[in-house]
Each structure stands twice: as structure tokens, then as C-alpha cells.
Design a protein around this ligand. Structure first.
Ligand code: F6R
Length: 241
């Protein structure tokens, strides 16, 4: 496990963008696993800047995202497809047909998940998987207690997650109660993993996940077993160590 400590969020974003762009330069038709959430936004902004300057070409890149809310359409501004379009895909020369997010509109969970696993297998796996880190150690929507074994599966969101998300919707009834997520097994099969972590609120989970014992109670702790993981972490997120 390689840890790169940066001064602040901007530097973290720049270093992470550098690692992603190096991957694209080394293998222009690579498969990138991508994440949503607030942490990677600066990384995506940096990639867009470099694209606009002519430094990166996304035309042959394929992307496969970690997760999506079940029941939300791509047009819903809370969907992860919408997030990816607005924060990255709409601003670069990627072929949208080569960008994959689980199909939130597929009501049959088994079908949605097995189709997604097929997509990953058909691309011979993920070259570089970008991850954020949840405050409780979750990666994707793999919450504490989940087994390390699973491929893409449907999860029921906890009440606290539903309550936390309620502010983005006009009523609590509209908040999705389930999501499709890549499993820990799928994530661990990526050839390389890049984790971005920022802010004081992540300090104690950084210590637990990357320096504590390996347990499904802290899903990200399994990353200690992966042979090629880089964690890019700002000073605040590193401050418990
Ligand atoms: C996003 C995802 C989540 C986030 C995590 C951290 O696709 O799967 O696991 O990476 O919740 O979110 P932020 O970056 O908002 O702290």
C-alpha cells in the first residue's frame, strides 16, 4: 500500500488526476472504475482542465462506475449517472456509450446486477479503480458488516443514509431506499486501486481502515490485501496518524 500525503484538497485532487492521466497515457483504451461523492470532484475538475488544454485524450477510454440508486432515472439530478455526466463526461471527449453506471431503472435487481458484472467481465476487468472512503469505512455502497465476497448486488440503504439524503429530495418518500453497487470482490479484482480521502472528518476512519485490523466491519480495510493500492490523502485526513 502506498500512501501519498498532500497539503490540502487541491493538491490531493491534482495528484489523483495525475495518476489517472498517467494510466490513460500508458493505455489509451484503459478501463477506469469511477466514483461519485464530493471527494473526487476536484480530481474530475483537474482532468477536465487538462483535457481542455489538450493534454489528455479520453476517446478510447471506458469507464465503469461503482454504484447507482435503484429507481432513479439518468435524468434525475440525484442519480449517479447525472452526477458523472455533469461533473465529467459532458466536458471531455469520452464516448458516452463507453461509460457504464448500473441501470437504476431496472426493477429486477438480479438482472441489473448480473448484467453489470457481465459488462465488467466483457471488458476484462478494471485497470484502475478510483474510490472515495465513507465515514464508516464503506466503499461503493458496501456498508460495514457486508461480506468481502460479493460481486455487484442490491443493498438496502440504512435509515440514517435515507435521512441524510432526504435534504436533496422534495419529500422523504422520494428518497431511494435501495442501490446497486459493485461488491468488494469486484473492487478487489481491479488491477490498481486509487483512494482519495480529504478532511478532518475522515481522520479516524483512515487510521482504522488502513492501519487497523482487516474486517468486514470496516469494508475499506480489505484494501490492505490488494497488491497495488495508492491512497492520496490530505493532511487533515492523515492527522490521526
Ligand atoms: C460513491 C461511493 C461512496 C463514496 C463515499 C465517500 O460512488 O460509492 O462510497 O465514495 O461515500 O463520499 P464522499 O467523497 O462524499 O465523502
Amino acid at each position: 500500500m502506498k500512501i501519498i500525503k498532500t497539503k490540502n484538497y487541491e493538491q490531493m485532487s491534482r495528484v489523483a488526476a495525475n495518476i489517472l492521466s498517467a494510466q490513460i497515457i500508458m493505455k489509451p483504451d484503459c478501463v477506469l472504475g469511477l466514483a461519485t461523492g464530493s471527494t473526487p470532484i476536484g480530481t474530475y475538475d483537474q482532468l477536465i482542465n487538462w483535457y481542455k488544454k489538450g493534454d489528455i485524450d479520453f476517446s478510447e477510454v471506458t469507464t465503469i462506475n461503482l454504484d447507482e440508486y435503484k429507481g432513479l432515472s439518468p435524468e434525475n439530478d440525484q442519480s449517479y449517472r447525472y452526477f458523472m455526466n455533469t461533473h465529467l463526461f459532458d466536458h471531455i471527449n469520452i464516448d458516452k456509450d463507453k461509460t457504464y453506471v448500473p441501470n437504476g431503472l431496472e426493477p429486477d435487481s438480479e438482472k441489473a446486477c448480473s448484467e453489470y458484472d457481465q459488462i465488467i467481465k466483457a471488458h476484462s476487468g478494471i485497470d484502475l479503480q478510483l474510490l472515495g472512503l465513507g465515514n464508516n469505512g464503506h466503499i461503493g455502497f458496501n456498508e460495514p458488516g457486508d461480506s468481502f465476497e460479493k460481486e455487484t448486488h442490491c443493498v438496502s440503504l440504512t435509515e440514517s443514509t435515507i435521512d441524510a439524503n432526504a435534504r436533496f429530495f422534495s419529500s422523504i418518500e422520494e428518497v431511494p431506499t435501495q442501490a446497486y453497487t459493485m461488491g468488494i470482490k469486484t473492487i478487489m479484482q481491479a488491477k490498481k486501486i486509487l483512494v482519495v480521502v480529504s478532511g478532518i472528518q475522515k481522520a479516524s476512519i483512515v487510521k482504522k481502515a488502513f492501519f487497523g485490523s482487516i474486517t468486514p466491519e470496516v469494508p475499506a480495510s480489505v484494501l490492505q490485501l490488494h497488491r497495488d493500492v495508492t491512497i492520496v490523502c490530505d493532511e487533515e485526513a492523515f492527522s490521526a496518524l
